[in-house]
Ligand binder design. Structure first.
Ligand SMILES: [Zn+2]
Ligand SMILES: [Zn+2]
Length: 312
């Protein structure tokens, strides 16, 4: 807390709140005042201690919980953050950062030859894909000034779309090199890492080797690998092994974007799958080097992928 008199004029003063400070510490009944200035936390003090401060905006917290914004780590908001920069559906729920570009699909870098291949069409019609480089996407974001922060993954399927005449076959070495060059450009301009959606038809023909080769630039850039597994059905353990093999080869953390046992025949295997995430692998030592993040354990007997509304 500052004791400089000159700093007792702030933009916003939020009084009488309980704090979830983001450290994981439990929320207690203790009350605080929080002062914001120039978009940053300027002071945190016991409730009442900042009563004499000047603020353009005062918000009475009335013992409600105040927390940092939430990070929505799995979204397909790539084009939403530009088309609807107010992002009310997210912001109204407390989300202040979205990670876009998941499941192998991203808005950039993309050059379309026709309609966006499935499931890239989840991000919009052809005219939504206007960013042949990641730098162009960053520029568009800066122009749009979305109300929330954006962190972006680069989609493998998007890269395939840029370099291949058809997507139902493995990429050639030259095509992989072209994809890798685009991934490098994106990482150099701030992209978080690479995502794949090997379960989807337009990426499924990619052998593991294609992704291994593509993922090579990640480590140097401090990137990560996010995977919508090749399958969540009977061969889910093999799919997990494939994901970790890619992570080990690239020497980067692996994010398993969805973790579920799909299909009636696969029900009841969740313990086995979770154990596999922890320890199953004979190369445990190597695996221990990787952080395993598990975003979703679907608590449902059913799941869905794309639900789209068609307007004739
Ligand atoms: Zn997915
Ligand atoms: Zn997804």
């Amino acid at each position: 807390m500052t004791d400089c008199l000159a700093n007792r004029t702030v933009d916003t003063l939020i009084t009488d709140v309980r704090l979830a400070d983001g450290s994981g510490a439990p929320v207690t009944d203790e009350r605080f005042d929080v002062a914001l200035r120039d978009g940053r936390i300027h002071a945190v003090a016991p409730a009442g201690a900042l009563a004499g401060w000047q603020a353009s905006q005062r918000i009475a917290g009335r013992a409600q919980v105040l927390s940092p914004g939430f990070i929505d780590v799995h979204t397909h908001d790539d084009t939403n953050v530009i088309r609807t920069p107010d992002m009310t559906p997210k912001l109204s729920q407390g989300v202040t950062t979205v990670v876009v570009g998941n499941c192998g699909i991203s808005a950039a870098p993309v050059t379309l030859g026709g309609d966006p291949p499935d499931p890239m069409n989840l991000l919009g019609e052809a005219d939504a894909f206007r960013y042949p480089t990641f730098a162009a996407y960053v520029e568009a974001l800066e122009r749009a000034q979305p109300a929330i922060n954006v962190a972006a993954l680069i989609g493998h399927t998007a890269l395939r779309n840029n370099h291949m005449d058809r997507l139902d076959r493995p990429a050639t070495e030259a095509e992989i090199e072209g994809m890798r060059a685009q991934l490098r450009e994106a990482l150099a301009n701030g992209a978080l890492g690479l995502s794949t959606g090997l379960a989807y038809a337009n990426a499924n023909a990619a052998p593991t080797e294609e992704v291994l080769a593509l993922a090579e630039p990640l480590a140097e850039a401090g990137g990560l690998y996010a995977t919508h597994l090749r399958t969540e059905f009977a061969e889910i353990l093999e799919a997990l092994d494939e994901a970790f093999r890619i992570g080990r080869h690239a020497r980067v953390p692996v994010v398993v974007s969805h973790l579920k046992c799909a299909g009636v025949d696969n029900w009841g295997r969740s313990t086995e799958i979770l154990d596999a995430l922890e320890a199953r692998d004979p190369e445990q030592a190597a695996r221990a080097m990787q952080r395993h993040l598990c975003r979703v354990r679907d608590a449902y007997a059913a799941s869905a992928s794309l639900a789209r509304e068609e307007h004739p």
